[in-house]
Design a protein around this ligand. Structure first.
Ligand SMILES: [Zn+2]
Length: 332
C-alpha cells in the first residue's frame, strides 16, 4: 500500500518525460520549413529543387509516399514544375529529402534516423563539387552514401539539363559518364534512325555498362518488353570484336515484313574525357558534357550497317549467341 503512490508518481513522471522528448524532436514540416528558411527559399520557389528516394524506400515496413506528400505541401515542389526529382534505391535504404537552391548551390539534406529528422547543410555548387577535398569531406555526412547521386543530379537540374536525362538518372540512381554515353547513344539513334510505321527498336546491350539504363528510359526499350537484349561477353570475346569502341547494336525490325536493319554502334570515351582536365571528380566531368548533349554524333558513330532477315535477327538476340559473331563483326 505504501508503495502505490510512489509507483503512480514514477509512471506520471515517465509519461511527462516521454511527452517532452517527443515534443522536442522537430516534425518533418518544421525541419523542412527551417531548411527552406536557411536557404532563403519560399514555398513554390521555382529555383528550389527537392530530390528524394521516397517513392522507393519503406519506413517501418510501410510505403514512404505519405512523407513525400507532406514535403510537397511545405515546399511546393512538384513533378510538373520539374523541381521534384526522385532517385531509385533499395527498399531498405534510408529516406532522404534534399533541398537545393539554384544559383547559390546551397543545400540541406534531411535524413530520417531512428529518433529524428537530421538536417545537414552544405554547398553543392558546381565549383564546390569540382574540388577533390569535397569528396573526402562528403564521407563524414550522414547522407554521405547518397552524396554523389545528389550532387551530380542536382547540378544537372540547376544547369537546366534535359528532363529525359534526369529521368534516366532516376532509374540509374546517379549520373555518371557511362549513363551519359547511353543518353548520347539514345539520341543518336533517334536522330539518325527514326522508326518507320511497323518498325520497332531492339537494343542489343553488348558490351553491358551503365548506358543501358538511359537507353531504356529514352527509347522505352526494356528487357521485360524484349526491347533490350542484355548480353555479357567474356574478355576474350570482347577483345575479338572487329568494331572500334563497341557500344552495342541497334536492330530495327518490322515483325510483319520480317525484315529490318542492324547497326553496330561505337562510343568514343576519349572525346568525353577530353572535356575535363585529368583528375576532375566524376560528378564534375558529367557537368562538362552538358553543353554537348545535343550533338551526340560528336561521340557516337555507326561502325557498320547490315540487313536483317529473320534468321539473323533471331541469331543475334538468342541467349547463347555472340551478336558480333552472328553479324560477321569479329576478327577471326
Ligand atoms: Zn553509372
Amino acid at each position: 500500500m505504501k508503495n502505490k503512490p510512489t509507483t503512480a508518481w514514477i509512471l506520471v513522471l515517465l509519461t511527462v518525460l516521454a511527452c517532452c522528448s517527443s515534443a522536442s524532436a522537430a516534425t518533418l514540416e518544421e525541419t523542412l520549413s527551417q531548411a527552406m528558411k536557411s536557404l532563403g527559399a519560399a514555398r513554390d520557389d521555382a529555383d528550389l529543387l527537392m530530390m528524394t528516394d521516397a517513392p522507393y524506400v519503406r519506413i517501418d515496413g510501410r510505403c514512404a509516399l505519405p512523407y513525400l506528400e507532406r514535403a510537397q505541401q511545405i515546399t511546393g515542389c512538384t513533378v510538373g514544375k520539374g523541381n521534384l526529382l526522385f532517385f531509385q534505391r533499395p527498399q531498405s535504404h534510408p529516406l532522404r529529402l534534399m533541398l537545393m537552391k539554384k544559383g547559390t548551390g546551397d543545400a540541406v539534406i534531411i535524413s530520417k534516423t531512428e529518433n529524428e529528422w537530421l538536417s545537414e547543410k552544405l554547398n553543392l555548387g558546381s565549383s564546390a563539387i569540382a574540388a577533390p577535398s569535397f569528396w573526402e569531406n562528403a564521407k563524414k555526412f550522414e547522407a554521405g552514401r547518397d552524396m554523389f547521386t545528389l550532387a551530380a543530379v542536382a547540378n544537372v537540374w540547376a544547369k537546366n539539363g534535359p528532363y529525359d536525362f534526369l529521368k534516366s538518372a532516376e532509374l540509374h540512381n546517379h549520373i555518371c559518364p557511362g549513363l551519359t554515353s547511353g543518353y548520347l547513344i539514345a539520341h543518336y539513334v533517334l536522330d539518325r534512325y527514326p522508326v518507320q510505321p511497323g518498325e520497332r527498336y531492339t537494343i542489343v546491350a553488348c558490351p553491358v555498362w551503365c548506358k543501358e539504363d538511359a537507353l531504356q528510359v529514352v527509347l522505352d526499350c526494356t528487357p521485360g518488353k524484349k526491347g533490350m537484349i542484355v548480353k555479357r561477353l567474356s574478355q576474350a570475346q570482347r577483345a575479338n570484336i572487329a568494331v572500334a569502341d563497341p557500344a552495342g547494336m541497334l536492330l530495327i525490325w518490322d515483325a510483319d515484313k520480317k525484315s529490318g536493319r542492324g547497326v553496330a554502334l561505337s562510343f568514343d570515351f576519349d572525346r568525353l574525357r577530353a572535356l575535363s582536365p585529368q583528375d576532375t571528380p566524376k560528378a564534375a566531368t558529367v557537368l562538362a558534357v552538358l553543353d554537348h548533349l545535343d550533338t551526340p554524333e560528336r561521340f557516337v558513330s555507326t561502325a557498320k550497317e547490315f540487313d536483317l532477315n529473320e534468321n539473323l535477327f533471331n541469331e543475334i538476340i538468342r541467349a547463347s549467341g555472340n551478336p558480333y559473331e552472328a553479324a560477321g563483326l569479329v576478327k577471326k
